[in-house]
Design a protein around this ligand. Sequence first.
Ligand SMILES: Cc1cc2nc3c(=O)[nH]c(=O)nc-3n(C[C@H](O)[C@H](O)[C@H](O)COP(=O)(O)OP(=O)(O)OC[C@H]3O[C@@H](n4cnc5c(N)ncnc54)[C@H](O)[C@@H]3O)c2cc1C
Length: 293
Amino acid sequence: MYDIENIYQATSVKDAIEQLLAKPDALIIAGGSDILIKIHNGKLSGCSLVSIYGLDELRGISIDDDGRIKIGPLTSFSHITNDEIIKKHIPVLGEAVDQVGGPQIRNIGTIGGNISNGVTSADSASTLFALNAQLEITGIDGKRIIPISDYYIGPGKVVLKQGEILTAIYITKENYQGFTGCYIKYAMRNAMDIATLGCSVTCKLSEDKTKIKDVHLAYGVAGPVPMRCPETEKLIIDMEISDEMFEKFGAMAMEEVNPRDSWRASKTLRLQLAKELSKRALKQAIIKSGGVL
Ligand SMILES: Cc1cc2nc3c(=O)[nH]c(=O)nc-3n(C[C@H](O)[C@H](O)[C@H](O)COP(=O)(O)OP(=O)(O)OC[C@H]3O[C@@H](n4cnc5c(N)ncnc54)[C@H](O)[C@@H]3O)c2cc1C
């Protein structure tokens, strides 16, 4: 039983914004995989919904002349994994979203919904942090673009005001060209489980493949919102690939994260995972770049 007061099917982004402003308590629904569960279990009983799911202008992946990749927020996880642009330029994102739920969820769930619910465990979020994604937000006064790190303002909270919609996710060329990446999701079972900890690393090697030229390390569930570890990243830039480098990377990552105890795992386990997964993900990213461990 879904207790919904009414649902409006938007015909354009502008129409959706106007409807949201006219009904200040109305909520956006995209694929509905999060929101319908909250309605079903009573947390959002009697709510009004504005559906953007029919807006094909918000769906799909393209690349512009400058090499900037645009991902529509309504693009489903399965679309992302199988998209040729993603496979060629940012396969790590396809691999990350391929770990969400099961096939049905990956067909209906959208990347925009995944980051807009504000949840730290969202499987797409840490990789979008590692890729320095930029988010386009559209409201009644036009569009603005913000870094994904400014999107999250607390557990379950994003920066969107009523009447604002996430309308695009951008990845610029300098954040993927020459980089390879790896996302590792640690969960208590192999299927249909949210991450106990998720770790995403992208890295770029020196020309002779012996040193780290650049590295981006991001986590989900290592803090109240997804996060990057800038100090850990800085520590190994220009370092030779070596056991010592991996140890420094893992140890510093453990210092920088801020996980909590929950019924799913203790803080101590999550700290250990942060150390271990950062090293494993970096190793895989290096191997993909042709580096030798
Ligand atoms: C059985 C099951 C298993 C799951 N497993 C995983 C998992 O392993 N990993 C994982 O990360 N997630 C998982 N999820 C969560 C879920 O599938 C995702 O978070 C999904 O991406 C949400 O997308 P949606 O389009 O369905 O969002 P919706 O439910 O439609 O919306 C989610 C939230 O985002 C807002 N929103 C949606 N689109 C926009 C937009 N364009 N602009 C502004 N606000 C917007 C909505 O208002 C709502 O607050 C699971 C869910 C289920 C039911």
